[in-house]
Design a protein around this ligand. Structure first.
Ligand code: ZN
Length: 108
C-alpha cells in the first residue's frame, strides 16, 4: 500500500479546513451575539437638532437612546445648552446631550 505524502497532505489539508471552518463559524456566532448585545449601547455621532440653522455641534447618543427620543415627533436631541427656553422644555439631561420637547406638545 502506498503511503505517499499526497494522502497525508490531503488529510492534513482537509483537517485544517475543517478546523478553520469550525473556528470561523464559532467566532462568527460569538461576534454576532456580541454585536446584538452591544449595538443598542454603541454611541454614534448625530447632528444637534437644536433650532439654530448655524449649529454644527454633534451629540453622541446610543442608537437605543436616539430611537427612544425620536419615537416622539415633538422630542429632539440637542447639544447641552442649545435649548431655546421660549419654544421648548428640557425634559432630559445627561453629559452627552439634552432632550427637549416643543412647548405645547404632548398636552392632552
Ligand atoms: Zn445645536
Amino acid at each position: 500500500m502506498a503511503t505517499g505524502g499526497d494522502g497525508i497532505e490531503a488529510v492534513n489539508a482537509a483537517g485544517i479546513q475543517a478546523i478553520k471552518a469550525g473556528r470561523n463559524h464559532s467566532l462568527l456566532r460569538n461576534n454576532e451575539r456580541i454585536f446584538l448585545m452591544t449595538e443598542p449601547l454603541r454611541t454614534m455621532a448625530f447632528h444637534c437638532e437644536c433650532g439654530s440653522s448655524a449649529c454644527t455641534k454633534t451629540i453622541r447618543p446610543s442608537l437605543a437612546e436616539y430611537k427612544r427620543v425620536r419615537s416622539s415627533p415633538t422630542s429632539f436631541m440637542i447639544a447641552v445648552g442649545h435649548d431655546l427656553p421660549e419654544f421648548e422644555n428640557v425634559i432630559e439631561v445627561c453629559d452627552r446631550y439634552e432632550v427637549v420637547q416643543q412647548k405645547g406638545a404632548g398636552r392632552i
